[in-house]
Design a protein. Sequence first.
Length: 165
Amino acid sequence: MSYDLIVVGSGPGGYVAAIRASQLGLNVAVVERAELGGICLNWGCIPTKSLLKSAQVFEYMKHAGDYGLTVEGEVKPDFEKVVARSRGVAEKMSGGIQYLLKKNKIEVINGFGKLVGNKTVEVTAEDGTKSNHEAKHIILATGARSANCQIFHRMEKTLSDTAKH
């Protein structure tokens, strides 16, 4: 199928660009290899903030008396439930993005997107099948991952060796 725009990646940059393009009248598709919302929403920023909020509430509860509140019994964390809440928050937000894409008539193509031509994206589905999709415009919004730079490991060794002397 041919589109006006294909966005590779559905993180905060990708899904927003796709929605705006659709609102401006373009026929849009989004290619995503994992969960809608990207790393930030599903594994990074949002789940981390959810975990931090649980820690904050725990801290407040330990000091409830400072706020004029009485808590009976011991306040203790249940890590399984804390993590489950964090995952639930991420899943709910990813579902919200799915809703917005559907509402804006944006096709979601599941798989790994690879630019193979001037106006062509090859998508490899989870089962290994490949399909080509053409578009007048393509946005690569694949986000980023952390990487270890070897120079920093050497610097760390040099700094730690220097600190020993």
